[in-house]
Design a protein around this ligand. Structure first.
Ligand code: GLC
Length: 557
C-alpha cells in the first residue's frame, strides 16, 4: 500500500501577503511579516501555507498579473526574504505552496513586450493573437471576466490579443511548447528553492478552443463570457505538467477549477489520470446567487442550505475512491462566511464555528483563509472605498452600461459578496491600524478591529481561534476525519447540516444548526449525551432543541 501523501493529512492556511503583516511601514504586508507570524501559525496548528502571488507585478489585479515569475516584488521584499521564509517555515515543519498564475502574465512581462512588437520574433507566438474581422472589429464576441471584450488591439501587429481578465493580463498561448516549457522550468526553479507545491490560478482555462467560434449570445450582449474553461487540450497539458514537474519533483497541486462539477472533477483529480491532486470547485460558492441572473455574482439571493448540503455531499460521494477534495468556504475572492451565510452581529462566534465544524468534519484537505480563524467579517464599505478591479469594472458594466442593476442593489450585493470583503488588513490587535502596519495601510481596515482581533481571541478561552485550533488538532489525531466514510443525513432539513463519518467500528456524528432560530433537534434518535461530545460550540447544550448556530461533533460508537 502506498503511503498517505502529506497534503491529505494537512490543514492549509492561505496568506494574502498584501494584507497580512507589514514590517517596513509602507502600508503593504511583506514576507518578513509572514516570517514574524510563524509562531502564531504554529500555535494555530496548520501544516502548510499557500502564499498568494508575491512576484514582480504592476498590481492591476493584486499580483495575479506577473511581470517576472522568478523575482519577488520589492513591495514584499526580495528573493532572499522568500528563501528565508521557506527555510524558517520548514524549520517549523510548515510547507510552502506558491500561487502559479500561468494562464496569463502581466502586459508588462518581457515576453509580452516582445510579443507585441512584431509577428516574427521569438516571442510572437507566446500569446494569443488574431486578426481583426474585415470591419476591424474583435475576432469574436468573447468577453473579459473584468468587463468588455476579451480582445485588445495592438497597432504594431495590427492584431488583437486575448485576455480572459484585464487587458493588463494577456493570456499565454499554451499551444506553443516553448511556453509550456518556460512554465515548467519556472516551477523547477522554485522547487530548487524549496517550494513544496502549487495552487494553480484558473488552470482550467489554459487550453483554448482553437476555432475561436462566437459564444452563443441570446441576449445580444456586445460581449459574452462563456466557455472559458476545460478547453480541448486541458487534460493533455496537465498530464504533461505532471510528468515534467509534479511527479518527478513530488510537488503537490491544487487547481482553481471554476466550472468543474462533482460529476466531472475526477477527470482532473483521479490519481490514475496523473493530472492534479485537488481542485477548488466554485459550485458551492453559488448557493446564494440567483439562477439565470444578468449580473453575475451581484445577483445575490438568500443562502440555500439544502443546495449547499447537496453540493458538498455529492463532491464527497463522487470523488470517493477516485480523487481528493479541497475544502473551503473563504479565500481572497470570497466574502467572510459569518457575514455572507451566518450572522456576523449577534451570533458571530456561533456562526463562524458552526460553519467551521461542518467544513472541517468533511473528508478532504481544509483550507483556512487568513482571518477566518478569528471570525473576521465583511466591512460594509462605501463604493468609493473598494479597490478591486472586478468590482469596479462590473459596476461600470452592469450599473452604468447595461443598467441591469441599480447602484443601491449593487452596493448591497458588494456588502455581501465582493472580493474585497476578504482583503481588508489582518486584525492583529486593537492598536492603531490593528497592528498591521505603522504606515498608511494600502486598503482600509474593517473598523471592528478594536473588538475582533487575534490578541483578543488568543486571550479568550471561548474564541473562534481556539475552536479552529481544536478542529485542526482533531484532524491530526483522528484518522476517522481523514479516512472515514461519509454519509449525509437529513438531506432536506432546512436548517440542519448533519452527516456521519465512520471508520471501522468508530462512528462520529457532525452537525450544525445553520440558522439563527431555536429549532426542535431532529437528531435526538442518536441518544446524544454530554460524555460523547468531542467538540461543541455551546457549553452544556440542551439536546432537546438546537439553539442558533449550535454545532458539535459527537462520538456515537
Ligand atoms: C483567480 C484569482 C483571482 C484573479 C483571477 C485572475 O480567480 O483567484 O484573484 O483575479 O484568477 O488571475
Amino acid at each position: 500500500m502506498s503511503e498517505t501523501p502529506w497534503w491529505q493529512q494537512a490543514v492549509i492556511y492561505q496568506i494574502y501577503p498584501k494584507s497580512f503583516n507589514d514590517t517596513d511601514g509602507d502600508g503593504i504586508g511583506d514576507l518578513q511579516g509572514v516570517i514574524n507570524k510563524m509562531d502564531y501559525l504554529k500555535e494555530l496548528g496548520i501544516d502548510a501555507i499557500w502564499l498568494c502571488p508575491i512576484y514582480q507585478s504592476p498590481q492591476v489585479d493584486n499580483g495575479y498579473d506577473i511581470t517576472d515569475y522568478r523575482t519577488v516584488d520589492l513591495r514584499y521584499g526580495n528573493n532572499q526574504d522568500l528563501e528565508r521564509l521557506i527555510h524558517v517555515a520548514h524549520q517549523y515543519d510548515i510547507k510552502i505552496i506558491m500561487d502559479m498564475v500561468a494562464n496569463h502574465t502581466s502586459d508588462q512581462c518581457q515576453w509580452f513586450k516582445e510579443s507585441k512588437l512584431s509577428r516574427n520574433n521569438y516571442f510572437s507566438d507566446w500569446y494569443i493573437w488574431r486578426d481583426p474581422k474585415i470591419d476591424g472589429s474583435e475576432p469574436n464576441n468573447w468577453g473579459s471576466n473584468f468587463g468588455g471584450s476579451a480582445w485588445t488591439y495592438v497597432p504594431d501587429r495590427k492584431q488583437y490579443y486575448l485576455h480572459y481578465y484585464a487587458p493588463g493580463q494577456p493570456d499565454l498561448n499554451w499551444e506553443n511548447p516553448r511556453v509550456r516549457e518556460a512554465i515548467y522550468d519556472m516551477m523547477r526553479y522554485w522547487k530548487a528553492h524549496g517550494v513544496d507545491g502549487w495552487r494553480m490560478d484558473v488552470v482550467t482555462s489554459i487550453s483554448k478552443d482553437q476555432r475561436f467560434l462566437n459564444n452563443a449570445n441570446p441576449q445580444k450582449l456586445p460581449f459574452i463570457v462563456a466557455n472559458q474553461n476545460n478547453g480541448p487540450r486541458l487534460h493533455e497539458f496537465l498530464q504533461e505538467m505532471h510528468k515534467e514537474v509534479l511527479e518527478p519533483f513530488s510537488m503537490m497541486s491544487v487547481g482553481e477549477s471554476p466550472d468543474s462539477t462533482a460529476n466531472t472533477a475526477y477527470q482532473l483529480v483521479d490519481p490514475k489520470r496523473k493530472e492534479l491532486d485537488m481542485v477548488f470547485t466554485f459550485e458551492h460558492m453559488h448557493v446564494d446567487r440567483k439562477k439565470g441572473g444578468m449580473n453575475g455574482r451581484w445577483d445575490v439571493q438568500a443562502f440555500d442550505l439544502i443546495e449547499l448540503k447537496h453540493i458538498l455531499a455529492s463532491w464527497q460521494n463522487k470523488l470517493d475512491g477516485r480523487g481528493w477534495n479541497a475544502l473551503y468556504f473563504e479565500n481572497h475572492d470570497r466574502a467572510r462566511t459569518p457575514s455572507r451565510w451566518g450572522n456576523d452581529k449577534k451570533y458571530r462566534y456561533e456562526s463562524s464555528t458552526a460553519f467551521a465544524t461542518v467544513l472541517h468534519g468533511l473528508k478532504g484537505t481544509p483550507f483556512i483563509y487568513q482571518g477566518e480563524e478569528i471570525g473576521m467579517t465583511n466591512p460594509n464599505f462605501q463604493l468609493e472605498d473598494y479597490e478591486d478591479i472586478e468590482l469596479k469594472s462590473d459596476y461600470k458594466k452592469y450599473v452604468d452600461e447595461y443598467k441591469t442593476i441599480t447602484k443601491t442593489d449593487f452596493l448591497k450585493a458588494a456588502h455581501k459578496i465582493s472580493r474585497d470583503n476578504a482583503r481588508t488588513p489582518m486584525q492583529w490587535d486593537a492598536s492603531r491600524n490593528s497592528g498591521f502596519t505603522t504606515g498608511k495601510p494600502w486598503f482600509k481596515l474593517n473598523p471592528n478591529y478594536s473588538k475582533i482581533n487575534v490578541k483578543n481571541d488568543l486571550k479568550s478561552h471561548k474564541s473562534v481561534f481556539h475552536y479552529y485550533q481544536y478542529l485542526i488538532r482533531l484532524r491530526h489525531e483522528n484518522t476517522i476525519l481523514t479516512e472515514g466514510t461519509f454519509e449525509l443525513i437529513l438531506p432536506e432539513h432546512p436548517q440542519v447540516f448533519a452527516y456521519l463519518r465512520q471508520e471501522k467500528n468508530k462512528k462520529w456524528l457532525i452537525f450544525a444548526n445553520l440558522s439563527d432560530q431555536n429549532i426542535v433537534n431532529p437528531l435526538t434518535n442518536f441518544c446524544l449525551e454530554e460524555k460523547q461530545v468531542i467538540v461543541s460550540n455551546y457549553v452544556h447544550p440542551d439536546w432537546e432543541k438546537l439553539v442558533p448556530y449550535q454545532a458539535a461533533i459527537i462520538m456515537l460508537t
